[in-house]
Design a protein around this ligand. Structure first.
Ligand SMILES: Cc1cc2nc3c(=O)[nH]c(=O)nc-3n(C[C@H](O)[C@H](O)[C@H](O)COP(=O)(O)OP(=O)(O)OC[C@H]3O[C@@H](n4cnc5c(N)ncnc54)[C@H](O)[C@@H]3O)c2cc1C
Length: 392
């Protein structure tokens, strides 16, 4: 394991921090806040910010130079994700993190040359079209069909929980191409142009106040060169892409931000004697959370160092994601409990503490229990792929 950052990596972090703190001032945050968006930022501002990140070379920093990247390694990738999350930056989504990694890993030369430079410049976005109404954790049961007809495939089916599909230029879509084959062997992966005729998108409001989207494909024509990897070889692509996704999502910026915010709150909140932070029970709880937050950071760096060495971590990415999200959930609960009743105020209510962020985050983070491999699924992966335990 190699957790030590070299001078170049430290400078990369410092440069990113300078950029994020100067761009995302309190005034900018107030002006562009929009709680109906999943990341709390006005959509137009987020798109503009994506291009600014691209212009500074941050998005593609870790990709090979021939695809518009900066040639850095996976440790800079985790630093990028960590700092973006810590600052709660706009445009921090699949199109600047794991979709490009999956294209690098599985895309054809033509796909890499077409999409990576545009993604690096922040000029286009993707959504992930895996889940369906009857295929979530058991993804191999997906029913969306792609039928080969001459030089095209005809895509028909329904995707669910398609984050960001409403503004995506492309879909990274899994579909069944051989209905006769065993279910894991008849799936293929396509890059679908969302401007194609026959696509309908619907919104569904979440408890946190933003919208999920579902996407219906009605005989959508997809060219053959939109196939990623081998025909009927989509399961391998999906599994590799999901490991990449878990590695990216395990970045520890969120837990660092939650912890710093909570410690600050306890330092500033008067208690019977001194501040809340002077209460030994509170200090003990914060110390435990700080240890878990450090563990989340180190686990995530460990995964990045494996990738930087050319390995393909699998159960390790699930472990990193599990540690991060369980720590985030503990911080959600601790923050609500220590805030007391005011913590339950709506973000827009006068006097809502900590900018009203806490209740929204508590509700939003419900998805940590199941999305991208929630607590049960990541535990299953660690047990079977990591520890070699039998499948139950
Ligand atoms: C905020 C959010 C964003 C999402 N974004 C996307 C996206 O962009 N693209 C996309 O394709 N999908 C997305 N999803 C869907 C997500 O991947 C699915 O929710 C997930 O795969 C679980 O599927 P499900 O909801 O159908 O639950 P189910 O599969 O029905 O599972 C229900 C519960 O049972 C547990 N469970 C299921 N099987 C097992 C098992 N074998 N062992 C132990 N426990 C088990 C699960 O952990 C879960 O808690 C998103 C979901 C959310 C909430």
């Amino acid at each position: 394991m190699d957790f030590v950052l070299d001078a170049g990596q430290k400078e990369f972090r410092a440069e990113l921090r300078r950029f994020l703190s100067s761009e995302l001032t309190d005034e900018v945050r107030d002006r562009h806040r929009d709680l109906s968006e999943w990341d709390g930022w006005e959509a137009g501002f987020a798109e503009e910010f994506r291009r600014r990140l691209g212009a500074r070379g941050f998005i593609g920093a870790t990709w090979p130079a021939e695809y518009g990247g900066g040639g850095r390694d996976a440790r800079e990738r985790v630093i990028f994700a960590e700092e973006m999350e810590y600052y709660g930056a706009p445009a921090f989504d699949r199109s600047v993190t794991y979709v490009p990694d999956a294209i690098l890993q599985f895309g054809s030369e033509a796909q890499k040359s077409e999409f990576l430079p545009r993604l690096a410049r922040g000029e286009c976005t993707f959504f992930l079209g895996y889940s369906e109404p009857d295929a979530g954790s058991d993804l191999a049961s997906l029913q969306t069909r792609a039928e080969a007809r001459g030089d095209t495939f005809v895509l028909t089916g329904q995707k669910a929980y398609s984050s960001g599909a409403d503004r995506a230029d492309y879909g990274w879509v899994a579909a069944r191409t051989d209905p006769e084959a065993p279910k894991h062997r008849g799936i293929s992966l396509f890059i679908v142009d969302m401007a194609s005729p026959g696509i309908r998108i619907a919104g569904h409001e979440t408890t946190a106040g933003w919208e999920h989207h579902s996407v219906a494909f009605d005989a959508v024509e997809v060219p053959r060169d939109a196939l990623v990897g081998d025909l009927n070889g989509g399961w391998r692509v999906i599994m590799g892409a999901i490991d990449t996704e878990r590695a990216a999502l395990s970045a520890p910026g969120l837990v660092r931000a939650q912890l710093d915010r909570l410690v600050e709150h306890c330092r500033e909140t008067p208690a019977e004697e001194g501040a809340l932070l002077d209460d030994p029970a509170v200090a003990d709880r914060l110390a435990r959370l700080a240890i878990e937050s450090d563990a989340a950071q180190l686990t995530s760096y460990w995964v990045a160092s494996l990738i930087a060495r050319g390995e393909r971590p699998q159960h390790e990415t699930s472990l990193a994601l599990l540690v991060k999200r369980e720590t985030a959930r503990e911080l959600d609960v601790a923050t609500l409990e220590l805030l007391g009743a005011p913590g339950s105020l709506h973000p827009d209510a006068p006097g809502a503490p900590l900018g009203g962020a806490v209740l929204r985050e508590y509700l939003d983070h419900l998805y940590f229990h199941f999305a991208a491999g929630g607590f049960d699924i990541t535990r299953n992966v660690i047990a079977t792929r990591g520890l070699g335990l039998p499948r139950g």
